[in-house]
Design a binder for this molecule. Structure first.
Ligand code: SF4
Length: 512
């Protein structure tokens, strides 16, 4: 672009921004600390997510001194839910350095400010231009996209070797008289008009100088290199109960989710069952022997470079003393104290189910199922089909063939004695109950398998929640059956003979 065009571009952009900018709290201040906080938050996080966190953070730590004096755990707690926790740890550390080395005054020189923890080129340019009017151009994803379209930059935006090119172009275009406003205007244009998909070229204030628009090549820019698909890891997590308390551990301060608290667990190995991984991970991580009581739920979560599929189990402490291998701290706490600890978002996702679980376990006298009572109060089985065809959450995932015809069956009253299923084809899988089925619970008969339902399963989950079938076996227990509709029957004891299963009546010898 020629200098005259660039000048016109700057003016048009700033005029548009002045008239159209969003009313955001950090745009009403020149306080370098406030601007710094907002820019750190806005890195990797969308404006709408940041909006409630920004005032909360400034309320808790109104100035640099408050932040520097604060306990890191309190800082993490306020940051909880926004992700990328290294940002808050670095900001906390940088505040301490500014207090100690620069008498609490945020440096306005590039070299000094840029050396602070967590301050990269983007944060330095943003804070120095917006708070101090220094002529540094910001280069973030929005800016790269806009510049690439405006000037037809062929360099891929997601390749690190392209950064220099974008920085040079950004520097050339920068309004040095008004760098703070210009930088914000350019980012605002990227966020509101020159969006990644379907840019609003028709209403764009700078379309007259946009080379992509003028040459009808908007769809070609920005150029990108193809990335490898994001890997996904399977994780097993255990909520270990002991004397009414649960175990949480603290991650080491460095690295992903550093300093946060979580329930222990870890990666499921290839071919390993989720339950087995949970038991093994807890043994390795905290040296406790536990037993699994129940499957709680499955949680999906995405981080920047990978995704996780997390199976969560409720467990009971069996033996051992906590000895940490990996985590740096641990606590046994009552569940209602969990809110005092900063937890990763993936852990927050299953807290509602955990609350429900503890409430229902308490109401069913969870620890002392009365088998005798259950066995003598058998009533005819009633059940209902809740869904035909396909699956529904929480079982809808990549391990599940969504096209698989199936039904969900909830037992709504009565106590089924047997569940009769067609024999599974190889790879179809076995029913999985909250307690592993013992061999005597499984009976093979011609083309069918017959399962007795362990009484503790009935007692722990009530009439409507017995178990489910997964298609590929190594899955945790759950709350429902999902199987081919033709393959399932519930058979009451009194009907066994009539149904040709009389020989199994001996299983109930001694019962009333
Ligand atoms: Fe982006 Fe279209 Fe505006 Fe060009 S005209 S800057 S492509 S919105």
């Amino acid at each position: 672009m020629k200098e005259k065009q660039i000048q016109s571009f700057r003016k048009t952009l700033i005029d548009w921004y002045s008239a159209n900018r969003r009313d955001l709290p950090w745009r009403k201040t020149k306080n370098p600390y406030h601007i710094w906080v907002s820019e750190v938050m806005l890195q990797q996080t969308q404006v709408n997510t940041v909006l409630p966190f920004y005032p909360k953070f400034l309320n808790a730590f109104p100035d640099l001194k408050h932040l520097a004096d604060a306990d890191l755990q309190d800082v993490l707690k306020i940051w909880e839910g926004m992700g990328y926790y290294a940002r808050s740890r670095n900001l906390h550390k940088a505040a301490g350095i500014v207090m100690n080395q620069y008498a609490g005054i945020i440096p306005d020189r590039w070299k000094t400010f840029r050396e602070l923890p967590g301050v990269g080129d983007y944060i330095a340019a943003a804070v120095l231009s917006m708070a101090f009017g220094k002529p540094y151009p910001v280069v973030d994803g929005n800016v790269k996209r806009v510049l690439s379209r405006l000037t037809l930059i062929e360099a891929p935006v997601n390749k690190s070797s392209s950064t220099k090119h974008f920085q040079e172009t950004a520097k050339e275009m920068l309004d040095k008289e008004n760098p703070g406003t210009y930088n914000q205007a350019l980012m605002e244009l990227g966020a509101m008009i020159c969006r990644p998909k379907r840019p609003l070229c028709g209403t764009c204030p700078v379309q007259a100088v946009c080379l992509a628009y003028l040459s009808d090549r908007v769809a070609e820019f920005p150029k990108k290199i193809k990335r490898q698909p994001t890997p996904q890891y399977r994780i097993a997590v255990g909520i270990v109960f002991k004397n009414g308390q649960v175990l949480i551990t603290r991650r080491k301060l460095e690295g992903l989710l550093g300093g946060l608290w979580e329930f222990p667990g870890g990666k499921i190995r290839d071919g390993e069952r989720a339950e087995a991984a949970c038991i093994r991970e807890i043994q390795e991580e905290v040296h406790l022997k536990i037993k699994i009581d129940s499957y709680l739920c499955r949680v999906k979560h995405a981080y920047t470079h990978f995704k996780i599929l997390m199976d969560v189990f409720c467990c009971s402490y069996v033996s051992g003393r906590v000895k940490l291998n990996g985590p740096v701290d641990h606590r046994w706490i009552k569940l209602d104290k969990l809110k005092n600890y900063p937890l990763p978002r993936a852990n927050h996702k299953f807290i509602p189910q955990l609350k429900q679980y503890t409430a229902s376990a308490n109401s069913r006298n969870y620890d002392k199922p009365d088998d005798a009572v259950l066995r003598t109060k058998l009533t005819p089985v009633q059940y209902k089909v809740t869904q035909e065809e396909g699956t529904e959450p929480p079982f809808q995932n990549e391990y599940w063939d969504n096209k698989m015809p199936g039904i969900y069956v909830e037992v709504v009253s009565g106590e089924p004695l047997f569940i009769s299923l067609d024999k599974f084809d190889s790879g179809t899988g076995w029913p999985s109950f909250t307690k592993p089925l013992k061999p005597e619970n499984i009976i093979e008969k011609e083309d069918r398998h017959l399962f007795t339902v362990p009484t503790e399963v009935r007692s722990r989950h009530g009439d409507s929640h017995l178990g489910h079938v997964f298609p590929d076996g190594p899955e945790p227990t759950g709350l429902r059956y999902c199987i081919n509709s033709a393959s399932l029957r519930f058979i009451h004891k009194k009907d066994l003979e009539k149904e040709g299963y009389g020989e199994y009546l001996k299983l109930f010898e001694g019962e009333q």
